[in-house]
Design a binder for this molecule. Structure first.
Ligand code: 5GP
Ligand code: MG
Length: 182
């Protein structure tokens, strides 16, 4: 197995991720099974690509897929105040239920902004499914409806999460060595 030298240790193994996503997929399927409109899954690029690809295959439902970018001003490891949403194509949820899919819930700014954005674009309901939750870092009191794993306050990479755009391909989630934290 490929373990880059920047990694301190593996936090969540690929097999644990796979099993957890099966459970999340079953729960979400059950929760939306009586919905008349298809579920629109909004995937936040690029960090959520691997998670969404695995999760969507576990949904036994009519599903639509929308991709967006959400960027916060001020580069760095955590988001600053302002969040901009850029959809790949123009969106109108036309009163269908929306499920936001993101990699990690940190300060909460991105999720709070995305929820508002979905409502403004006529979502009928908005829920969120987040792979990793770092509750100790929260600045805005938002909660995800579905959470893969709760993690400690460490900089994590892999399974979609990057360090300067690298390491998104790792099949597991690992903690970076302190000297590499940007
Ligand atoms: P927030 O909840 O602070 O608005 O935004 C969370 C975003 O910050 C994530 O989508 C991700 O891009 C970035 N982020 C936060 N914590 C980490 C981390 O530990 N590793 C990586 N690679 N990105 C992180
Ligand atoms: Mg992100």
């Amino acid at each position: 197995m490929y373990v880059p030298p920047q990694l301190d240790h593996i936090l969540i193994q690929a097999e644990q991720i796979r099993k957890r996503i099966e459970v999340l997929g079953d729960t979400i399927t059950r929760d939306y099974t009586s919905s008349e409109a298809p579920l629109t899954c909004v995937v936040v690029l690029r960090g959520s690509i691997l998670f969404a690809a695995d999760l969507l295959r576990q949904l036994a439902l009519p599903v639509r897929l929308v991709t967006i970018r959400a960027s916060s001003y001020g580069a760095g490891t955590s988001s600053s105040g302002q969040v901009t949403v850029t959809p790949s194509e123009p969106v109108d949820f036309s009163h269908s239920p929306v499920l936001l899919i993101d990699d990690i819930l940190d300060t909460g700014r991105t999720l709070q902004h995305l929820r508002q954005w979905a409502v403004e674009h006529h979502a009928d309901s908005v829920k969120s499914c987040i792979l990793l939750d770092k509750p100790s870092r929260r600045e805005i009191p938002v909660k995800a409806d579905y959470v893969g794993f709760t993690v400690p306050d460490a900089f994590v990479i892999g399974y979609g999460l990057d360090l300067n755009e690298e390491f998104r391909n790792l099949p597991y989630i690992g903690v970076l060595k302190p000297e590499f934290i940007p």
